[in-house]
Design a protein around this ligand. Structure first.
Ligand SMILES: NC(=O)c1ccc[n+]([C@@H]2O[C@H](COP(=O)([O-])OP(=O)(O)OC[C@H]3O[C@@H](n4cnc5c(N)ncnc54)[C@H](O)[C@@H]3O)[C@@H](O)[C@H]2O)c1
Length: 257
């Protein structure tokens, strides 16, 4: 799918990997809508992008509100071709399935699934609803949706049981959703990053960062937000990439801790 003149929604676009993706797609000529929390710098970031980017304040866990905002983007630009969702994370601190403190908090487990799995699926299904209205391109393609998993989906560490469950559900969803949406020309993929230099990690001392990526084959450093954006661009542009969960990890495999 061609990026120039396409319409893209980037969830979480006020910072980190999502912001880098919004920037790259706008540089490449896409019309970008940043979705992020009202408390974020989304408005400011949208103002820095080339083109006619807009910001919509949403919470990915306000499932109806996300649907309304997606519809508004379609109404504003007259189409929707690309949806990239990076809102996610673990709710509650690290916790074992059972420990001296007792069994894992069930509410935190359920909320982590709501934020990552339900939030991603809701975004995917409601993007598909709007993308189905697009005129197909010469390759019969109408849209491309990218969700964000994690390598914790495959080798989650001790304390990450809720996050690993939520992210592996995202990985599993991509393939089935790609099958579901193939008849209308919508592709679905997920990106599974290792450790990326964003958020709180950015402020960590260099020795701590080095220790976290010691198991990577090469390069021995955290990923940079722009590297996520480059993979998103490759997925959007290559019609044969569909139904996959692509690791972006410098051959790192998490150990148990
Ligand atoms: N950084 C890493 O090392 C890493 C590794 C693997 C996977 N991930 C995944 O990447 C995504 C986060 O990317 P990042 O590290 O660039 O994060 P980040 O913290 O820099 O940015 C996340 C953005 O999402 C927004 N956001 C948070 N909760 C939201 C909600 N409920 N609704 C809407 N927006 C919300 C934030 O305001 C922020 O702008 C998450 O899904 C995370 O699980 C991150």
């Amino acid at each position: 799918m061609q990026i120039r003149d396409s319409v893209a929604i980037i969830v979480g676009g006020a910072s980190g990997m999502a912001r880098a993706t919004a920037e790259l797609l706008a540089e490449e000529g896409a019309r970008v809508a940043i979705f992020d929390l009202a408390s974020s710098k989304g408005e400011e970031v949208a103002g820095t992008l080339p083109g006619d980017a807009i910001f919509r304040a949403i919470d990915i866990m306000d499932y109806d509100g996300v649907g309304t905002a997606i519809e508004e983007v379609f109404g504003h630009y007259g189409a929707l071709h690309i949806g990239v969702n990076l809102a996610g994370g673990q709710i509650g601190g690290p916790a074992r399935t059972f420990s001296k403190k007792g069994p894992h908090d069930l509410d935190n487990f359920a909320k982590t699934l709501e934020l990552n799995t339900v939030g991603s699926f809701n975004f995917l299904r409601l993007c598909a609803e709007q993308m189905a209205k697009n005129e197909p391109n010469d390759d019969a393609e109408r849209g491309c949706v990218i969700s964000t998993a994690s390598i914790a989906a495959f080798e989650g560490q001790i304390g990450q049981v809720s996050y690993a469950a939520a992210k592996s559900a995202i990985a599993a969803m991509s393939f089935v959703a790609a099958r579901d949406l193939g008849n209308i020309g919508i592709r679905v993929n997920a990106i599974a990053p290792s450790l990326f230099n964003t958020g709180l990690v950015q402020q960590a001392p260099q020795e701590m960062k080095d220790a976290l990526v010691a198991g990577a084959a090469f390069p021995n450093r955290m990923g940079e937000p722009r590297e996520y954006a480059l993979l998103a661009k490759a997925i959007i542009e290559n019609p044969m990439l569909n139904g996959g969960t692509i690791r972006l990890d410098a051959a790192q495999r998490f150990g148990p801790r």
